[in-house]
Design a protein around this ligand. Structure first.
Ligand code: TXA
Ligand code: MG
Length: 316
């Protein structure tokens, strides 16, 4: 792949303007959202979308999330029924992605939906992301800004480490607050939870009146995180470990003696925010064997356990 100079842009007017101009012109820009950093490209520009897959080394069949600044912009891309409107009004901007029927006049690159007649949309809450989306004036396709199969980035430096030389710029919005990706809810055929994430399922259940169905991989729907080891650090991982063996580094949770702790006080929100940064640190430490404390499954614990299970899955 051609080597390009990657600019690190500051979170000011000049940085925003450069990033917006690059996006409009078909460039690739890493940018902060409240969940993880996204690798943005103009969703109307097929060449820009193709470059996203190439930069990530991502299999082409995985559809992308389209980011827009508000509900009105989203309604130009997809059909919202009453349920979709209710969820969008309650939880946008925020870490929720809705998969909805795509409008015929959406004007999105076909690559975005990878052959499906639906589109995944989200309105991120990070103020810099919203400012960028407003200025860019185009819908922005953005998967997490990491090489395919590697840990999702939660700082601008993580993006530079993984993708410098392959993308045009990174807009530095500081560390991400939420730290795990958005929750993905399919609404094209009744509420189906496609990926656990930053909005917990209890909140969705309260708004929907009933719990969403759980997606079971049936080979027909292109589902999130098809590759089990999607979030893997280089070392092996052993989950639900009360203590570490002599050759292991302990990734702790709660009041345990661990060099690296997701949340010493057992706070799931803090643990989610630290998760990917700590996995990056374990790689930087060259940790060959990693033991992970048990993490409760309620609230954001569902998303954290999902990511850890994938990280611990057998590698391809
Ligand atoms: O928090 C997030 O969602 C981050 C930030 C950057 O916004 N983005 C992110 O994107 O996690 P990505 O590409 O890593 O994950 C998108 C997931 C994919 O696993 C894909 O399968 C699913 O969304 N997806 C996208 N469009 C879909 C569709 N039409 N139907 C079903 N799943 C879809
Ligand atoms: Mg990803």
């Amino acid at each position: 792949m051609e080597h390009i100079e990657t600019a690190l842009l500051a979170a000011n007017d000049t940085g925003l303007e450069s990033a917006a101009r690059l996006l409009r012109a078909g460039g690739l820009v890493g940018f902060a959202t409240e969940t993880v950093y996204g690798l943005g490209g103009n969703a109307r520009d097929g060449r820009a979308v193709a470059r996203i897959y190439a930069a990530k080394g991502r299999p082409q069949f995985n559809p992308l999330i389209v980011h827009v600044p508000d509900l009105e912009a989203a309604q130009a891309l997809a059909r919202f029924d009453d349920t979709a409107l209710k969820l969008a009004r309650a939880l946008w901007p925020g870490p929720l992605t809705l998969v909805l029927p795509r409008r015929d006049d959406a004007g999105l690159s076909d690559l975005i939906s990878a052959g499906l007649d639906t589109v995944a949309i989200r309105v991120p809450a990070h103020p810099l992301a919203r400012a960028l989306l407003r200025r860019a004036g185009v819908p922005v396709a953005a998967p997490s800004a990491n090489p395919s199969g590697r840990i999702s980035p939660t700082t601008a430096q993580h993006v530079m480490d993984g993708l410098a030389g392959r993308i045009d710029a990174v807009l530095d919005g500081g560390p991400c607050d939420v730290g795990v990706e958005s929750t993905i809810l399919g609404l094209a055929v009744g509420p189906v939870l496609l990926r656990a994430g930053g909005i917990d399922v209890e909140t969705l259940t309260r708004l929907l009146g009933t719990p969403p169905a759980r997606h079971r991989g049936n080979g027909t729907l292109t589902s999130p995180g098809q590759m089990a080891s999607h979030y893997a650090p280089r070392g092996t991982m052993r989950l639900n470990a009360e203590t570490a063996h002599a050759d292991e580094v302990l990734l702790g949770f709660g009041p345990v003696g661990a060099a690296l702790n997701l949340s010493p006080t057992g706070d799931l929100v803090e643990a989610a925010a630290n998760l990917f940064a700590h996995l990056h640190t374990l790689d930087a430490m060259d940790a060959a064997h990693i033991a992970v404390s048990p993490i409760p499954r309620h609230g954001l614990g569902a998303a954290i356990n999902d990511r850890l299970n994938r990280a611990a899955a057998p590698r391809p």
